[in-house]
Design a protein around this ligand. Structure first.
Ligand SMILES: Cc1ncc(COP(=O)(O)O)c(C=O)c1O
Length: 380
C-alpha cells in the first residue's frame, strides 16, 4: 500500500464548496474568482496571439517582453528597481511560485513559520520539502501579526517565514510598521521570506500596499509572489510571477524548470501587450472592488451578521455568532443548501482553529449577485 506523503490532505474546501454551490444552485461566494469578464482588450489579445501562432514553448524564465513589462510596473507603481533577466520569473500561477521558492530553500528538518490562518498551499509545500511548518496565530480579532510572538518562535532551525498581505482569508493588510519590524527581524535572524502579494492592488479606504521588495533586508531575502490571475481578473489563465534577488531566482528556476518548465506562451504575449497598452489598469481595481465590498456590507446592515470591513483582497469575513452555535464547516454547508449562498469556513485555514464563528465571502462578484446574496443572508 502506498504511504501518502500528505495523509491529512483531501479535496480542498474550495473545490468542495464550489461543487456544492453548483449542485444546489446557490450563489457562489466561496472560491476566490470574479464572475464578471476580464477586460475585453486582454481577452482579444489572447485570442489574437494564439491565432497569430504564438503557441510554442516560451523561454523558461518567461517571455522577455513580459518580464520587462513587470519590471516597468514595479518601478512605476512601487519604486522598486529589479533586473528583468535575473530577478523576475514568470510561472504558471503564484501557487507554483510559492511551491518552487519553498522547495528551493527548505531542506529536511528546516522550520518554516506560517501565520495562521493562512492560504492552504503553504503547509503542503513545506511538508513535501521535508520541512517542519511552525504555525503562529495572527491576532484573533485584527488578524495582524504579533511580531514578539513570531520572534519567540524563531529557532536555530528556522529557515523561512511566509507572509501574505493583503490577506486571504481575512482581508487584513500589513502596515508599513509591520514590514519595518519584519525587515529588522530578517536582518537579525538571517531568514528567507516568501511574501505572497497576489492581492497587492486590492487595497481599500486609502491604504497603501507595502511590498516586501521596498525594504532593504527584505529585498535581499524575499521571494515576492504575484498573480496575473488576481490583478487582471483571469484566475483560469493560471499565470503569475516571482521577484527575488539573482541568487534566489537561480535556485527557484532550477525547480521551476522541472515542475512546469514554462508558463503558457499566448497568455504571456497577451499580458505583455495589455500591460504595455494600459500600464495603470491595476490602479483602477481598488475603487472598483471597494465599491463591491461596500455594496455587500451595506446590504447586510439589517442582518445579525457582524463585520469589520475588509482592508484588502476580495474577501469579507462575516461573524455569525449571533445567529448560530454551529461549527463553521457545518454551517457553511447548511447555508449553501438552505439559504442558497456558498462561502468558505475560516477554520480550514488554521492548524488549530480558535473558537470563532467566521465565514469568508468573496465579493469579486456582479453587483446584482452580491445584492441578492446579502438579501438572502438578511432573512436568516
Ligand atoms: C493568498 C493567495 N496566494 C496565492 C494564490 C494562488 O494564485 P494563482 O492562482 O496565481 O496560483 C491565491 C489564490 O486564491 C491566494 O489567495
Amino acid at each position: 500500500m502506498l504511504e501518502s506523503k500528505l495523509p491529512a490532505v483531501g479535496t480542498t474546501i474550495f473545490s468542495h464548496m464550489s461543487a456544492l454551490a453548483s449542485e444546489c444552485g446557490a450563489l457562489n461566494l466561496s472560491q476566490g474568482f470574479p464572475d464578471f469578464p476580464a477586460p475585453e482588450r486582454l481577452r482579444q489579445a489572447l485570442a489574437r496571439q494564439a491565432l497569430e501562432g504564438h503557441n510554442q514553448y516560451a523561454p523558461m524564465a518567461g517571455l522577455p517582453a513580459l518580464r520587462e513589462a513587470i519590471a516597468g510596473q514595479l518601478a512605476h507603481h512601487r519604486g522598486v528597481v529589479c533586473d528583468a533577466d535575473t530577478e523576475i520569473t514568470v510561472l504558471p500561477g503564484a501557487t507554483e511560485a510559492i511551491y518552487c521558492a519553498i522547495t528551493a530553500c527548505v531542506s529536511a528538518g528546516d522550520e518554516v513559520i506560517l501565520l495562521d490562518p493562512c492560504y492552504d498551499s503553504y503547509r503542503p509545500a513545506v511538508l513535501l520539502a521535508g520541512g517542519v511548518p511552525v504555525h503562529v496565530p495572527l491576532d484573533p480579532v485584527t488578524f495582524m501579526p504579533n511580531w514578539a510572538r513570531i520572534e519567540a518562535a524563531i529557532s536555530r532551525r528556522t529557515r523561512m517565514l511566509v507572509i501574505n498581505s493583503p490577506h486571504n482569508p481575512t482581508g487584513a493588510a500589513l502596515a508599513r510598521e509591520d514590514l519595518e519590524t519584519l525587515n529588522r527581524l530578517v536582518a537579525r535572524h538571517g531568514l528567507l521570506v516568501v511574501s505572497d502579494e497576489v492581492y497587492e492592488y486590492l487595497i481599500y479606504d486609502g491604504r497603501t500596499h507595502h511590498s516586501a521588495l521596498q525594504f532593504d533586508a527584505l529585498r535581499a531575502a524575499t521571494f515576492a509572489v504575484f498573480s496575473f490571475g488576481k490583478t487582471y481578473g483571469v484566475t483560469g489563465w493560471k499565470t503569475g510571477y516571482c521577484v527575488a534577488p539573482p541568487a534566489l531566482t537561480a535556485e527557484l528556476r532550477k525547480i521551476h524548470q522541472y515542475v512546469c518548465f514554462v508558463a503558457v506562451t499566448p497568455v504571456q504575449q497577451a499580458l505583455a501587450e495589455f500591460m504595455r497598452a494600459e500600464p495603470d489598469y491595476p490602479l483602477t481595481l481598488a475603487a472598483r472592488y471597494q465599491h463591491k465590498r461596500d455594496l455587500f456590507n451595506r446590504a447586510l446592515a439589517g442582518s445579525a451578521l457582524r463585520l469589520t470591513p475588509s482592508a484588502g483582497s476580495y474577501f469579507q469575513l462575516l461573524d455569525y455568532a449571533a445567529l448560530s452555535d454551529s461549527a463553521d464547516v457545518q454551517l457553511c454547508e447548511a447555508w449553501t443548501r438552505e439559504v442558497g449562498v456558498a462561502s468558505i469556513p475560516v477554520s480550514v485555514f488554521y492548524q488549530q482553529p480558535p473558537a470563532q464563528r467566521l465565514l469568508r465571502f468573496c465579493f469579486a462578484k456582479q453587483d446584482a449577485v452580491l445584492q441578492q446574496a446579502a438579501e438572502r443572508l438578511c432573512k436568516i
